[in-house]
Write a protein that binds this ligand. Structure first.
Ligand code: RP5
Ligand code: MG
Ligand code: MG
Length: 282
């Protein structure tokens, strides 16, 4: 895994906090480097009184956090195995990021998320699957969002909440970020949610599980995710749904899956795998 994509943390509405420069060959902790990272934890995180947001063990010797364990509030284990704890806080297993502290993240160590990748074939007016002129491969479409925070295209994922199962996070985030229909009647709403539940609980392919090159990562806090693909190849269920952005998403739409679209964090990596699995255009 690498920390390479973002030079600043935060969102378009927050003051920019720039990372100390880390040359690519100095990212790994095992290479010696005259390193002067910027310390940054957002005010919102620092002053939060939520039980779910960690206290800083560097400020208070009484704060003990069960690193590398599945604790009462969240799973503090990394998909990459046990991480080191240096001067009372976890050390990012993917190397230097140019920032210490928690940045905008609530937990020290891994902050777990889940990413639902919902796909269908792109079809013409006659229902024929369309082929890309460059690769001569069939084109997939996926449910894409425009993130409110960074204005980048992304998969509609989100954080695993307190003691939530990943399969519930996948459904909840997909619902919140792409099925925002306040005027939908109760019956249609119920049917829509039942379809999502049925497909999400029975038919996904796990695409990725691990570290994400997210703009919020720091030397002490980082994002990890589990991405699942739910593909409706025959236009039977998910392919038929309309989407509308909500929550973290200013827009939601079906979008061609391919290397032409730059995406948030490591999302392009996940979609390459999806294209590969379905032998589709990338
Ligand atoms: C990324 O951040 C994950 O891949 C996931 O898509 C997302 C979760 O954070 P929020 O969308 O809740 O901000 O690292
Ligand atoms: Mg969300
Ligand atoms: Mg989100």
């Amino acid at each position: 895994c690498v920390n390479a994509k973002y030079t600043r943390t935060g969102t378009k509405d927050q003051p920019a906090v720039y990372r100390a420069v880390v040359p690519n060959n100095k990212i790994n902790w095992s290479t010696s480097y005259e390193y002067q990272p910027v310390e940054f934890t957002s005010e919102k995180v620092k002053t939060s009184t939520k039980e779910y947001v960690d206290k800083d063990p560097r400020d208070d010797p009484k704060v003990e956090i069960p690193w590398n364990l599945d604790d009462r509030l969240c799973d503090r284990r990394s998909y990459h195995g046990p991480y080191k704890v240096v001067r009372r806080v976890p050390q990012n297993p993917c190397g230097r990021t140019g920032l210490t502290g928690r940045g905008h993240l609530g937990h020290f160590g891994p902050n777990h998320a889940a990413d639902p990748i919902v796909t269908r074939w792109k079809r013409d007016q006659n229902g024929q699957i369309m082929v890309h002129p460059r690769t001569q491969k069939q084109i997939l479409e996926f449910v894409c969002i425009l993130r409110k925070d960074t204005n980048e295209y992304a998969i509609p994922g989100g954080m695993v909440e307190k003691k939530e199962k990943v399969t519930d996070t996948l459904q909840r985030e997909f619902h919140e970020e792409t099925l925002n229909f306040p005027d939908l009647d109760e019956r249609s709403k119920h049917n829509l949610l039942a379809t999502i539940k049925d497909v999400f609980e029975n038919g996904g392919i796990r695409i990725y599980c691990g570290y994400v090159d997210d703009p919020r990562n720091t030397d002490n806090s980082w994002m990890e995710t589990t991405a699942y693909n739910f593909h409706d190849g025959n236009n039977e269920h998910l392919a038929l749904i309309e989407v509308h952005g909500g929550s973290d998403a200013s827009k939601a739409f079906w979008h061609d899956l391919g290397s032409e679209t730059p995406l948030y964090a490591s999302h392009a990596e996940f979609l390459t795998k999806v294209a590969d699995i379905h032998n589709a255009h990338w």
